[in-house]
Ligand binder design. Structure first.
Ligand code: ADP
Ligand code: MG
Length: 228
């Protein structure tokens, strides 16, 4: 059972001095375990907004998102907690994922303590995660600004993996990176997906990236989604 996106519409900006703008309407598709849905479309069409709605960071004007059969907007208590952990979003700028004033190790340990993972198990979990994303343990002692874009995006993925997600919304995950690093990150995303059976929503304006990654895809344009 996956994530079902059903007839989402988003309008904004109805104020005293502004008319309402419709970003998109009736957007429907499904995300499945182990598969990648590739979403393309020109910039400004609402791809990021759609991603944020699916992880529960924004509300749709109409429509619904179902996770394991329940509307994500109606989850409460422990169900809501599980959803928040299981459906994650990774952003274009990996610097956003880390507190600039904390060393990487501190940021990661803080996440584990939020998950109530016993302190004694933390370092092992982190070491294993670093191996998965192909990083040396030296990165733990650095501040975010001391790392390269590629290292940070690996860490941003690793940070999400600590939460043991089922689905990840990847919003332009390689757009801020050098071309030489982009392919490495995409390969890493594929490797991790195969191992963990993750479902991805890959948002990218780069159709080559989508072709490489996606099992099925759609284009958001002129306010609606056309499936390919
Ligand atoms: P994309 O990711 O496809 O480039 P975005 O989702 O970032 O598109 O947003 C599309 C446009 O909608 C942007 O210009 C943004 O400013 C606007 N927008 C989205 N949500 C709101 C909102 N709640 N209020 C005002 N503007 C918004
Ligand atoms: Mg965007």
């Amino acid at each position: 059972m996956g994530l079902k996106i059903e007839k989402l519409s988003k309008r904004y900006g109805k104020g005293l001095f502004s008319r309402e703008t419709e970003l998109f309407r009736d957007v429907s598709f499904k995300l499945e375990a182990g598969k990648t849905f590739g979403l393309t479309g020109p910039s400004g069409t609402g791809k990021s907004t759609l991603g944020k709605i699916i992880v529960g960071l924004e509300k749709p004007s109409q429509g619904d998102v179902f996770y394991k059969g329940s509307s994500i907007f109606e989850l409460r208590g422990s169900e809501k907690k599980v959803f928040r952990r299981k459906v994650q979003m990774m952003f274009q700028d990996p610097l956003d994922a880390f507190n600039p004033r904390k060393k990487i190790e501190r940021s990661l340990l803080d996440i584990l303590s939020l998950l109530k993972i016993p302190g004694s198990k933390g370092p092992d979990k982190i070491r294993l995660m670093l191996k998965t994303v192909g990083l040396n343990e030296e990165v733990l002692l650095r501040f975010p600004a001391q790392l390269s874009g590629g290292q940070l995006q690996r860490l941003a993925l690793g940070r999400i993996l600590l939460l043991e997600p089922a689905f990840i919304i990847l919003d332009e995950p390689t757009s801020a990176l050098d071309v030489s690093v982009q392919a490495q990150i995409l390969q890493l995303l594929k490797k991790v997906q195969a191992r963990e059976k993750l479902g991805y929503l890959l948002i990218s304006h780069d159709e080559a990236v989508v072709r490489f990654m996606a099992d099925y895809c759609g284009k958001l344009e002129h306010g609606s989604l056309s499936l390919a």
